[in-house]
Design a protein around this ligand. Structure first.
Ligand SMILES: C[S@@+](CC[C@H](N)C(=O)[O-])C[C@H]1O[C@@H](n2cnc3c(N)ncnc32)[C@H](O)[C@@H]1O
Length: 309
């Protein structure tokens, strides 16, 4: 089912979701990424741009610890004692593992297209569920007290965001909270920027647009609207400018390393699509990271949360 046909799944009279429609697969359009591209592994039938491999698992865990430090915690919503917590697009599951440890009385579910880190032993109150937010969530209405979704801007096509957020709200119980964390994808989200940063940004933005993903920072700026349109109240929106590079101390150095690895992670599809050599792109990324120190660049992200009435 292509994303523009994505609809919230119809409900049975009991309020339970109808059985999932079989997926006819994502229509990749112009850029059909091979499953294996060089040393990286990408998903074929999804708009998701980043790789699914060990290198990305390590980057996501590394990024998790940076985000936790930047946010001074794992969430901003004023949750009390949630009984059921859902993390959509849970990645390595690290955020959900920590929530499960923090709230041992709660059941915590991590949902993703694929399970990674299956070999590690998660907390006993954690469970992985395979699912696809673009196909609707396999949960009943009003099931969770806290629904969290972080960094899916390169996974959910821009036009599918309102429906995706409605789906998060559908499974949230009255009084429960939904929290969204997203990174900026516009050039204005890397300011001030030098020429190498601008050049790489243009390539990434064009690649995102080919998959109908947001390469212009619109999703991050629309989080409040999505939550409002989905009927939430008590909405809060917070922008965070995180330094990139040694000029920003320890967080700046770690964030620069994370962004550098994230950019490398999409270099293979950029090289394939725009006829650039990967070597050339790696040099561009190195020049960009030098600029971040020279220009004292920051990268922008935002957190939005709201409560279901
Ligand atoms: C950038 S990672 C972020 C992971 C995690 N939220 C975090 O902050 O560490 C995006 C995750 O979303 C997952 N994903 C992509 N498309 C998805 C979809 N349609 N439904 C559910 N998960 C999806 C990917 O497999 C990946 O694990």
């Amino acid at each position: 089912m292509p994303w523009w046909l994505f609809r919230r799944r119809s409900r049975s009279t009991s309020g339970a979701p109808a059985p999932a429609q079989p997926s006819s697969g994502w229509q990749l359009g112009e850029v059909a990424l091979p499953l294996l591209h060089g040393s990286r592994r990408y998903l074929q039938e999804q708009p998701y741009l980043l790789p699914k491999d060990l290198g990305e698992v390590n980057r996501l865990d590394f990024q998790h610890y940076i985000l936790r430090a930047v946010l001074r915690g794992n969430y901003l919503a004023p949750i009390q004692q949630p009984r059921r917590i859902l993390d959509v697009g849970c990645g390595t599951g690290q955020w959900a593992f920590e929530l499960a440890q923090q709230f041992p009385q709660a059941q915590v579910i991590g949902l993703d297209l694929e399970q990674v880190k299956a070999a590690t032993s998660p907390p006993p109150n954690y469970r992985f569920v395979q699912g696809d937010i673009l196909q609707g969530l396999p949960f009943d209405n009003d099931s969770f007290d806290f629904v969290h979704q972080r960094l899916l801007v390169l996974a959910i096509p821009q036009a599918a965001w309102p429906d995706a957020v409605q789906e998060l709200v559908r499974v949230t119980a009255p009084g429960g909270w939904v929290e969204l964390v997203e990174a900026g994808t516009a050039l204005q989200d890397y300011l001030p920027s030098g020429p190498a940063t601008q050049e790489f940004y243009q390539l990434g933005s064009q690649l995102a647009a080919l998959r109908s993903l947001d390469g212009e920072g619109l999703v991050m700026r629309s989080l409040t609207r999505y939550l409002e349109e989905a009927g939430l109240v008590n909405i809060h929106y917070q922008v965070l400018d995180v330094p990139l590079g040694e000029w920003g101390g320890r967080i700046g150095s770690l964030t620069a390393l994370n962004v550098r690895e994230g950019w490398k992670a999409i270099s293979a599809p950029i090289a394939a699509r725009f006829g650039r050599s990967e070597q050339d792109l790696l040099q561009l990324i190195e020049r960009a990271s030098q600029e971040w120190n020279e220009f004292r660049t920051s990268s922008r992200m935002a957190v939005a949360y709201g409560q279901k009435p």
